[in-house]
Design a protein around this ligand. Structure first.
Ligand code: HEC
Length: 474
């Protein structure tokens, strides 16, 4: 019953946030076809076949105190009750949340279900979701994921809890944590420990140099509460270095052996936090723990290489007016985010060796942004992430497209703003001088409540085509 009530609450309150997701809930013909050929056990029951899958792949989020607590799957009756809904979500690849396609290079902690698991759940639901005999239950060998533990050498926590915005279903907030260290150190691992788990949607961590101090102080606590409102980036006019992030289900991050991010006294770690307030709104005092090594320990220094491509998204067909002009879009970002923002759209075209003519075919229904990034020296890549906002449809980072040596570093055919993260390659990827990284974003401006010409900007209704790869500093 609780499941039902909470689902209704979610449906009502979630409309605004999930409005863009409607399309995602269409049947995915290709996946549905794939499982019809898969052999499944005869007469699958909850206890014999389904329970082990649910426990291995769903319970970590679908249980009390976790992000999907409103739809708990700990109790067999709840799972049986939700069988058709579960079938729909797994057959269509919506759950478990794992956005990269099957063409992607192998990634660590791949959460997706196998065809056999999907087909088993479907067959069970089609057979009326029988419970079966509890004696048939055999637990799956615990998680094949390697267990990661982080030493808490430095713990960062707000000195007072943050109370999320009253009037929003989503609250985007940045918090700054001065790094209390007397000498340079390496961060070799980190863990984000959410306080109110149901509210923690995802976050991104940035390192800021001492020079950002004044900017941070001006914004921090300006509305009387810890941190400041931010979206799509910390919104300080100086850029920070992204070092990682967190999303539900993420494990602690241990950087590649022998490597770390160098931090210096005076720097601050800024957490860009997305709170999701559909089910609870409580004071939050989440923590971040950092595992450190002395800078004298001769570790290799990690860096994130940031990649950005042009954003030129016209209005959908049939819509006209000043809001559909590129000039007014540029005027708008300059007003909102400062004069530098005015030059970003043209600068991105220039950096990518493109001109507006390259985007003449962009329409409001389907706009593309893309850029080639030539690799200038051999390096090893460990992870990749992509970032767009809510008009995003797909994201792709490719190595040497259209060649015999092509590889899909990150292929997200159905972009979902709510499930973005950093993906570590199963095997570090060596790229050589002369290779090309190619990043492509696509958008659909009809997803906007108030479509207008959209260019690069930090706000909810602006867009980005941003990617980053983790590598050793040469
Ligand atoms: C990493 C966390 C996570 C994992 C793992 C996960 N889910 Fe979910 N699930 C969510 C969240 C959060 C939602 C709410 C909608 C959203 O944010 O996409 C959700 C929503 C759902 C819903 C929709 C409930 C409703 O409102 O009708 C179903 C059904 C579902 N999940 C089934 C599953 C199944 C089955 C699995 C395992 C095979 C699974 N989920 C694994 C986080 C997770």
């Amino acid at each position: 019953m609780r499941y039902l009530t909470l689902c209704i609450v979610l449906i009502i309150s979630g409309l605004a946030v999930l409005a863009h997701g409607d399309e995602e809930h269409d049947e995915d013909e290709t996946k549905a076809a794939a499982i019809s050929d898969v052999a499944v056990p005869e007469n699958p029951s909850y206890h014999a076949q389904v329970r082990p899958i649910i426990e291995a792949s769903c319970i970590s989020c679908h249980s009390v105190g976790q992000v999907a607590a409103y739809a708990p799957f700990e109790n067999p009756d709840d799972v049986v009750w939700a069988a058709d809904d579960i079938r729909f979500h797994v057959v269509n690849g919506i759950m478990p949340p794992w956005k990269p396609s099957r063409q992607n290079l192998p990634l660590k902690r791949d959460r997706s279900l196998s065809d056999t698991e999907i087909a088993t759940i479907a067959a069970w639901a089609d057979a009326g979701a029988p419970l079966g005999d509890p004696a048939d239950y055999k637990p799956t060998p615990t998680d094949s994921f390697d267990f990661v533990e982080i030493r808490a050498d430095l713990t960062l926590q707000l000195d007072q809890p943050y109370v999320p915005a009253e009037d929003a279903l989503d609250d985007y907030r940045c918090f700054a944590f001065p790094l209390d260290i007397d000498a340079p150190q390496f961060i070799t691992g980190y863990e984000f420990i959410p306080d109110v788990v149901e509210m923690a949607h995802h976050n991104i961590l940035y390192l800021f140099d001492e020079e950002a101090d004044g900017l941070i102080q001006r914004r921090n606590y300006a509305d009387g509460r810890p941190g400041w409102s931010c979206y799509g980036g910390p919104g300080l006019s100086i850029g920070g270095e992204g070092i990682g992030g967190w999303a539900p289900g993420a494990s602690p991050v241990l950087f590649p052996q022998g490597a770390g991010f160098l931090i210096r006294p005076g720097q601050q770690l800024v957490v860009e936090m997305h709170y999701n307030l559909w089910t609870v709104r409580q004071p939050d005092q989440s923590r971040i723990i950092l595992q450190l090594e002395s800078a004298e320990s001769e570790l290799a220094e990690l860096m994130n290489i940031s990649l950005a491509a042009p954003v030129e998204i016209p209005c959908p067909a049939g819509l006209e007016g000043p809001q559909c002009k590129r000039e007014s879009a540029i005027e708008r970002v300059a007003e909102l985010y400062g004069e530098d923002a005015r030059y970003t759209p043209d600068y991105l075209l220039y950096e990518c060796g493109q001109s507006l003519a390259d985007y003449a075919n962009n329409s409001g229904e389907q706009a593309i942004g893309h850029c080639d990034f030539p690799v200038t020296r051999s390096i090893t890549l460990y992870s990749v992430s992509g970032h767009m906002h809510e008009l995003g449809r797909s994201f792709r980072m490719e190595l040497n497209p259209d060649s015999d040596e092509s590889a899909l570093l990150l292929d997200i055919p159905r972009w979902d703003f709510h499930w973005q993260g950093e993906y570590f390659f199963e095997e570090p990827l060596r790229v050589a001088r002369g290779d090309i990284l190619h990043m492509t974003c696509t958008w659909d401006n009809t997803l906007s409540d108030e479509p207008r010409y959209v260019v690069w900007g930090e706000g909810t209704s602006d867009e980005m085509c941003f990617g980053s790869v983790l590598a050793l500093k040469p």
